[in-house]
Design a protein around this ligand. Sequence first.
Ligand SMILES: *Cc1c(COP(=O)(O)O)cnc(C)c1O
Length: 366
Amino acid sequence: MNKPIYVTKSSMPSFEEYCKKIKVLWDNRWLSNRGCIHKEFEALLQERTGCPYVFLYANGHVALEVGIDALQLPKGREVITTPYTHCSTTHSIVRNGLVPVFCDINTDDYTIDVNQIEKYITPKTVAIMATHVYGFLCDVEGIDAIAKKHNLKVIYDAAHAFGVKKNGVDISAYGDMVMFSCHATKVFHTIEGGITVFKDKEPYDMINNLVNFGFDGPEDVKWISTNARMNEYEAAMGICNLKHFDNEVQKRKAAYEKYAEMLSNVPGIKLIAEQEGVTYNYSYMPVFFDGYKYTRDEVQSRLQEHNIWARKYFYPIVPDLTCYQDQYGALDFPNSRHAADTVLALPMYADLTVEDVERICKIILE
Ligand SMILES: *Cc1c(COP(=O)(O)O)cnc(C)c1O
């Protein structure tokens, strides 16, 4: 049996590099609550994103939850969102006392269909929350225009999209709040972690309190909040990984190009086309088996027989999950359901060799 190939494998700095970075913690004993490593990491991210309002969290999900809380959207109002995403996107809306209104996706890049958004806008709508699926960008200009016209906030779940640029501009420039997940399985990681970038200073100023139980100064608690702090060890991993990020993306690109060479132009296999002007991060390798000689599930089991682990990502769509099923499961999202039924995320990580990609593709094609 060949060595297993999993769907992803975390990028890591060298052991020595990481140890050097955390050594200071044995001297200062400041392990969490915005220590010196945290501040250094924050400054690097401000530089990289070109935005001053960058905040770090314990994970991507709490970053969304607390970040939305800081936007202070009135409770009970509606947020137009996508069914084709991680449940975290929807949970962060619902756990903030807001109501998700699902709008189907387009079939080009599988992000929210901007041509359908307006039909869901009501007097109760306060925001649009979309996901840059697999690192492919939503129609950020289209969404921006709708939001301006109807006075809505724009929130992006950019969990997959760290480092992606549009016409040379970091994508955190688009939206009132943008969240990047830094989980170990994501393209850029801090072991566990999350980042939000805000357009305005006001929500950013509130966040300090909200990630720390709602404390307002040392003696009073003004908001009923949570603990969502990133610790110094995570920030240190972030600093080390950031240094290697562009290089790791180049390695992923080589794997991606081999996949594209072998799988494009095969009848019944669809890859997402590259988007014009977008510098991609090659975070995932989504492939759609639609009318291929094997079904998606058959391809997945054939790979598994060779100890290769691909993932149905995203499947099922959020409205069909048990916790949302009774409210939204009966609604029609044909494009999202079709994507979920045909998609397979193939192995993709920086250390995946071109030979491994070749072997994976041969199994799929044989
Ligand atoms: C991973 C992910 C999240 C959650 O991030 P964590 O860091 O794992 O909490 C949210 N949204 C999407 C689209 C994700 O892929």
